[in-house]
Structures are given as structure tokens and as C-alpha cells.
Design a binder for this molecule. Structure first.
Ligand code: BGC
Length: 382
């Protein structure tokens, strides 16, 4: 009897050891295919909790509203999947961004998501990430001159420029202007030369409007049509205002009227609107058509009160969602959604990308696009 009891207890011991081994194995193998979020417990009290994977998100600046929303959406969506998030803003200072990324690497980030300030300035620090086996995803702005980038989540950047051009073409009825003897004065306010996106925006705008400059339907009195003349370093509102003031006093003071401001960022549009007010233009009849980008709350308010004509809405919720899929892909071995494998060559390789769709907004559709979709509340736009 004693022998039988000893045998039974040995058997129970072996069985319980086997069970523990199997359970431990399951914890190590945790993956998205097990439907477990990273870091979640899988085996109750006896198993140690797996460390959460850390995703570091480097954003360029909090001075413009869109990046705050990008950061918030990324943080929210990554945390919902169980990742730890280290979100940092560099306030448009390239050196600050470099040291933030260095710190992210040394403090054990498992993945880096980067919206750069200067697309070409991060080559060395990205090499460091690569040496440490940390995957990198480019967010909104492509990371140039490096092979240390796995994926790119962005919007159709040339499409943004094209929409701006097509909006001007349609609203000013440029297609029939020549035969009807109409011409318009236009000035261009483009993006930062160190942001790869700015080149795409400029290309899109000119693909639509150049034929009207050539035919004389559009007249750029300053003669500044080339990106080398129309760019705005670091997307500075103040620099755009100053350039617009100089253009107005230099080329429009003798009774010429500026009809169109082709701007590719709401911040630049605010600067131009201030310059126009200063030069004696008044909102209402004779106020130029002013474009923009980002559909910031301030820009939408200006669209409602008539001092800006349109903007481009980029849904940062969707961009974050696509980027988070890329994070999962590099960390968990799943498949991200990619819809472009040709456009974004960063001088070293083509970076597989997902391009989200930009949407034009003006006073006719802002309610439907921005309020009905839950992006803004009616109160925020009052
Ligand atoms: C973004 C735009 C933004 C601009 C200024 C670009 O890289 O794509 O949406 O307006 O930066 O922040």
C-alpha cells in the first residue's frame, strides 16, 4: 500500500512538472497569433509576467496641432495593444531630436517610430539603432540616405500638392480663363527644404498649375515659382509672413492685386493672411483664395470666417493605425498593410509604404468630413 502511494505521488509530481514546463513554453511563445497582446499574462499567478515591449516615438514639434494629434493617437493605439510608449517631441531642433533618439536606443526601445525634423540628419543615429538590432519606421516624413528603415507610413504627398492645384484650378475656373480673357496673380508658399514631403507637395502643385503659368492665365508677379525660392525653412509661419509682406510691398504696391495664395501648410497660410491684412486687404470681396494643409482647428475657424479658403485634412487616426500595424510587423512578425512599393526611394532603397488619402476641406464639406467623422466636435470649431 505504501509503495502504491509513493508511486502515485511520484506520478503526480512528474505530471505537475510537465504541466509547468508546457505552461512556461507557452509564455515564451506569446505572439499576436496567440491573440495575446505583448506583455499580457498568459498563465496566471505561477508564471512571471513578460516584460512589455517598448516603442519609442520621436515627433518633430508641438508647435503645430497635427503633430500633437499624431503623438496622442500613436500612444493611445500602441498602449491599447499592450506596448509601453516613450513619446518625445523635439520642438523643431534637429540636435535635440538626435539626442532623444540616442536616449531611446540606450534606454532599451524595441522599435523606433520617427517623424523627422530634417529627413537627412539622422543617418548616424539610425545606424546606431541598426547596430543594436532596433527596427525603425518612418512616420509621415521619409528618412533619407539610410538602409536602417523598414517601413514608411504617410499620406499621398504628391496627391496633397495635386489637390491644392486642382482646387485652385476648379474654383478659379482656370480651364476656360484664357478664352474668357481672365488672368490671376498667384504666389507660392511651399514647405521646408529639409522635409522630403515638401518636394512632393511642390511637385504636385506645379503638375497642375504650370500649364496656366505658361499660358499666362496665372501670373506670378514676384517671379518666385521655383522651390528654391518658394520654400519655407522649418515651415515657419513668421518666415512666410515676412516673405509675403516683402512680395506685397515689392510687387503689388502699384495697384496690382494678389488673387491666389498657394500655401501647403495652415501655419504658412496664417502668416500670409496676417501680411495681407497688414497690406490693407480686407476679408470679404477681394480677399485672395488661400489654400492650406492639415485642417488645424484654427484653419477651420478661418475657413468658416472666410480668411482661408480650404485646407487638406489628414486623418491622423488612420495614419497611426497603419503605422501601428508596421510596429506589430517588425516586433511580432505579422504582415503590415503596404500599398506602395515604388514611390519612396530614400537614395539607398525603396521603402515599402502605406499612403493614406488626403481630403480637401472647405466651407461646403467641413461639417461632414471633420465633425461627422468625430475628428472635431462642433464646440471646438466655435
Ligand atoms: C506634413 C504636413 C505638415 C508639415 C508641417 C509635413 O511633413 O506632412 O502635414 O503640414 O509637415 O508640419
Amino acid at each position: 500500500m505504501k509503495k502504491v502511494l509513493v508511486r502515485i505521488s511520484c506520478l503526480l509530481l512528474v505530471l505537475s512538472m510537465l504541466f509547468t514546463i508546457a505552461a512556461c513554453g507557452k509564455t515564451e511563445g506569446t505572439s499576436t497569433s496567440d491573440n495575446q497582446s505583448p506583455g499580457s499574462e498568459t498563465t496566471g499567478q505561477t508564471t512571471p509576467k513578460a516584460a512589455k515591449k517598448k516603442v519609442a516615438v520621436a515627433m518633430p514639434t508641438q508647435s503645430s496641432q497635427r503633430w500633437i494629434q499624431d503623438g496622442d493617437n500613436m500612444k493611445k493605439q500602441l498602449e491599447a495593444l499592450g506596448y509601453e510608449v516613450d513619446l518625445q517631441y523635439a520642438e523643431d531642433d534637429v540636435q535635440v531630436q538626435v539626442s532623444q533618439i540616442e536616449n531611446m536606443i540606450t534606454s532599451g526601445a524595441n522599435c523606433l517610430v520617427i517623424a523627422s525634423i530634417d529627413s537627412t540628419a539622422l543617418v548616424n543615429v539610425l545606424e546606431q539603432a541598426k547596430q543594436n538590432g532596433i527596427p525603425v519606421i518612418a512616420y509621415d516624413r521619409l528618412l533619407m540616405d539610410t538602409d536602417a528603415v523598414s517601413y514608411y507610413a504617410t499620406f499621398d504627398n504628391e496627391g496633397v500638392g495635386r489637390i491644392v492645384g486642382e482646387y485652385i484650378e476648379e474654383k478659379m475656373k482656370l480651364a476656360t480663363a484664357k478664352e474668357e480673357g481672365r488672368t490671376y496673380n498667384i504666389e507660392f508658399f511651399m514647405g521646408s527644404p529639409d522635409d522630403n514631403n515638401a518636394v512632393f507637395f511642390d511637385r504636385g502643385v506645379h503638375k497642375v498649375l504650370d500649364k496656366y503659368l505658361e499660358s499666362g492665365v496665372l501670373v506670378c508677379r514676384s517671379g518666385q515659382t521655383d522651390f528654391s525660392q518658394t520654400n519655407t525653412l522649418r515651415w515657419s509661419q513668421e518666415a512666410a509672413q515676412k516673405r509675403c509682406e516683402d512680395i506685397l510691398s515689392g510687387f503689388y504696391a502699384d495697384g496690382h492685386h494678389l488673387d491666389i495664395v498657394a500655401s501647403v501648410f495652415d501655419g504658412l497660410s496664417y502668416g500670409c493672411a496676417a501680411a495681407l491684412l497688414g497690406a490693407g486687404y480686407t476679408p470679404g470681396d477681394g480677399w485672395p483664395l488661400i489654400t492650406g494643409q492639415d485642417a488645424e482647428i484654427m484653419a477651420v475657424k478661418n475657413i468658416i470666417n472666410g480668411t482661408q479658403t480650404m485646407s487638406i485634412f489628414k486623418d491622423t487616426r488612420v495614419l497611426a493605425e497603419k503605422c501601428v500595424k508596421m510596429v506589430q510587423a517588425v516586433l511580432e512578425g505579422s504582415e503590415p498593410e503596404i500599398n506602395d512599393t515604388t514611390t519612396y526611394h530614400n537614395n539607398v532603397k525603396v521603402v515599402p509604404s502605406y499612403l493614406c488619402t488626403p481630403v480637401p476641406v472647405d466651407k461646403d464639406n467641413y461639417k461632414e468630413v471633420l465633425i461627422d467623422s468625430g475628428y472635431y466636435t462642433e464646440d471646438q470649431l466655435k
